[in-house]
Design a protein. Structure first.
Ligand code: TMP
Ligand code: ASP
Length: 237
């Protein structure tokens, strides 16, 4: 597979074309961003850790019957993926209240949400990823009703598979964000990444934060925590 010109540079990953028009390369950089790019730092080994973490999680999801963009690991920091036409919304499931939900609704961090709740956000840093509803998504043509239903169904399936996986490692999957795209067959496929950059994970007993909140809140040991999370679910990095 021949890496070709850059297609898109995000805050933490760069996407490259390849000599196969249906395949792309995702390069996970060490850049770590929070607050919509307001705080950016380079963290040693983070690109490698997230690339391998993402591949591991996506393989678990594939085993559970959830289609993902990932094809294979091609280097420490790069993965080969299927090209998708990305839908510009973020799908968030929350099992416990944290982050923007606490600020928005004035609820206490850590309360269990039963049943888990679902939110859509528009992917737009300049607007600080505003929350949107299904009518917005349909009216602006970002996705149709069937695609919206499928994104919700798949996000809840991912929640079930991964809540169990992290539970076995003594962790709570507090919340997470997924992004989907449409493949060449017109099917909705899980794209982007699942890493501790895009979810919240707490130790079940102590509720110690093990995810990107360590970076957002200046708690230190960010990549070390990601490596600990990986080892607790059976991935040695
Ligand atoms: P929030 O509490 O800031 O709304 O985030 C909810 C979850 O989604 C949290 O695990 C972080 C993740 N997330 C991202 O990864 N990127 C984003 O741009 C947003 C808004 C959330
Ligand atoms: N992913 C967003 C950013 O990089 C939001 C966040 O994680 O705080 O800025």
């Amino acid at each position: 597979m021949q890496k070709q010109q850059e297609l898109y540079r995000g805050k933490a990953k760069t996407v490259f074309h390849t000599d196969d028009e249906n395949k792309l390369i995702l390069h996970f950089r060490n850049d770590t961003s929070a607050f919509d790019g307001e705080k950016i730092e380079q963290l040693d080994r983070k690109g490698e850790v997230n690339n391998k973490f993402n591949h591991f999680i996506m393989s678990k999801l594939e085993e559970a019957g959830i289609k993902t963009q990932v094809e294979s690991l091609i280097s420490d920091t790069e993965s080969l993926v299927k090209k998708l036409d990305m839908i510009p919304v973020e799908c968030v499931v929350r099992n416990f209240a944290a982050g923007s939900m606490c600020r928005r609704l004035g609820v206490e961090e850590g309360i269990e949400l039963s049943p888990p709740t679902f939110e859509f956000f528009l992917k737009n840093d300049a607007l600080h990823d505003p929350m949107v509803n299904e009518y917005h998504i349909e009216s602006f043509g970002w996705a149709d009703q069937a695609q919206i239903a499928e994104m919700k169904r798949l996000t809840f399936s991912v929640n079930k598979v991964l809540s169990e996986l992290f539970d076995k490692g003594g962790m709570l999957l507090v919340d997470f964000k997924l992004e989907f795209g449409v493949d060449v067959n017109g099917d909705i496929v899980l794209g982007d990444e699942f890493t501790p950059d895009g979810c919240r994970l707490w130790d079940k007993e102590t509720r110690k934060k093990l995810d990107k909140d360590r970076f957002r809140q200046g708690l230190g040991s960010v990549v070390e925590s990601y490596i600990e999370v990986a080892s607790r679910i059976g991935l040695t990095l």
